[in-house]
Design a protein around this ligand. Structure first.
Ligand code: BGP
Length: 459
């Protein structure tokens, strides 16, 4: 049984759902401009039309029993030039969104920024330019002032680790190694400024980071493989959370940065900021696990940590991803590993001692709409059920998990695969090529989740 105050909900991001890219003063983000290699058609122009249909979506989620909804706010709508003028039309729109949630007794969890940096800022170097930190601080201060009376729970920056490590696929361009880690540092400083500003401006406000964490297995018990897994864990997972929660650069990440010749530009005033501003809780996005070994001579290939697929991971002299023979995969080659989630939660609890919200977890799949508008997604139910069972086990073992907000509330444009790959509890009737009706149809998983919420248990 989950506790009666457990925050059952679901998650979305702005650019993947809203559409309306040319409306109400929005400027282009790096997501609007990035080349979409494997999906030319399902761009973000219309997406799931959530900007116009948010009332309908919130109502459906309320009928499912949701007590919370995680959305993101688009910087490009709130401050279209990235740095100065606040767009009052956008502020009015999101005040209405939060008002609607309140009417349905749905608590918002709000991500300040989910992959969609204003293109105007990217043109000036994006996160490699320290001026972007100042622009972000100004932006979040606007958010806390405008919405602090409606939103108490904030999330800073969605998955900075994945955004940077999978730059080409997510952002549409490549950082050099030095740029990537300067961007990492600047993002982490930006996050600290958001902690500080939230605590100053939102009475009773709470804020947390939202990294993507994958459990990392060593390919064998060979010491070199253990070291490879430890380094990859630091680079992919702990580097971000250690900076955020402990205010330090993880020693294995330090070693990696030193060996790879990274020279971070750190300002003298950063130390004070970094060691005095901390999160109230952790948002954790979890989908999969990764297995790595130490790369043997002659195994050279292109460096990459391109997304959530173990086999893409490679960095000469550090780690090489491989298939874990003990685990199954989904249709998109992502390993399915609920026990990895339990272990991850227990480790995070041990390292950071903070309440946790699962802010993303879900199954991307090819859903098929039947002629009578049903989606029989037993595969998604199985995925969600097994992960919820793991969460429950972790909670029994003392981990303070406060809520579960699976990805995603409604179907949306997948970062990597457009509309082919669906995550929603609610189907959105469009294909890659055809906007069709954009009607919403609850899937079997929606009704299953409704039962889970109602009874507070998974079985
Ligand atoms: C996370 C992102 C989400 C979402 C999800 C699934 O990393 O925060 O925005 O897209 O991954 O990824 P994809 O759409 O590529 O399957």
């Amino acid at each position: 049984m989950f506790p009666s105050n457990f925050l059952w909900g679901a998650s979305l991001s702005a650019h993947q759902t809203e559409g309306a890219v040319n409306e109400d003063g929005k400027s282009p983000s790096v997501q609007d401009t990035r080349p979409r290699s494997n999906s030319q058609i399902a761009d973000f122009t219309v997406a799931s039309d959530h900007y116009h249909r948010y009332r309908e979506d919130i109502k459906l989620l309320a009928q499912m029993g949701a007590k919370a909804l995680r959305i993101s706010l688009p910087w490009t709508r709130i401050i279209p030039d990235g740095v100065s003028e606040v767009n009052q039309k956008a502020v009015a729109h999101y005040r209405n969104v939060f008002q609607t949630m309140q009417e349905y007794q749905i608590q918002p969890l709000v991500t300040t920024y989910h992959f969609d940096l204003p293109q105007v800022l990217q043109d000036q170097g994006g996160w490699t330019n320290r001026a972007t930190v100042d622009a972000y601080e100004n932006y979040v201060r606007v958010l806390f002032q405008e919405f602090g009376d409606q939103v108490s729970h904030w999330l800073t920056i969605n998955e900075p680790n994945i955004m940077l490590l999978a730059d080409q696929k997510i952002l549409g361009f490549h950082y050099t190694h030095q740029e990537r880690y300067q961007a990492f540092y600047n993002l982490m400083i930006a996050e600290k400024k958001a902690f500080q500003a939230c605590h100053q401006l939102v009475p009773g406000g709470q804020i947390g980071p939202v990294p993507n964490i994958s459990y990392v297995y060593p390919g064998s018990c060979r010491p070199q493989d253990i070291r490879a897994a430890a380094t990859f864990n630091a680079v992919r997972n702990w580097g971000y959370l250690d900076f955020s929660v402990r205010g330090l650069i993880n020693p294995l990440l330090q070693a990696y940065l030193r060996k790879t010749g990274v020279d971070l530009q750190i300002l003298p005033e950063d130390q004070e900021l970094v060691t005095h501003n901390f999160p109230d809780f952790l948002g954790i996005n979890y989908y999969t696990s990764v297995t790595v070994e130490y790369p043997q001579a002659g195994q050279d290939r292109q460096n990459g940590i391109s997304d959530q697929q173990s086999e893409d991971v490679y960095e000469k002299d550090f780690y090489k991803g491989l298939t874990n023979p003990y685990l199954e995969k989904n249709d998109f080659n992502w390993t399915v590993d609920p026990l990895g989630l339990q272990t991850t939660l227990e480790l995070i609890n041990d390292r950071y001692h903070r309440p946790i919200y699962i802010t993303e977890n879900g199954l991307g799949a090819y859903d098929e709409l039947t002629p009578d508008h049903k989606i029989h997604d037993q595969y998604r139910i199985d995925y969600l059920q097994s992960h919820l069972e793991s969460i429950q086990e972790a909670m029994v073992n003392g981990v303070d998990v406060q809520g579960y907000l699976p990805w995603s509330a409604i179907d949306l444009v997948s970062v990597h695969e457009g509309m082919k790959k669906r995550y929603g509890l609610i189907y959105v009737d469009r294909t890659e090529e055809d906007l069709k009706t954009l009607n919403r149809y609850p899937k079997d998983s929606y009704y299953w989740y409704q039962g889970v919420i109602e009874h507070g248990e998974v079985n």
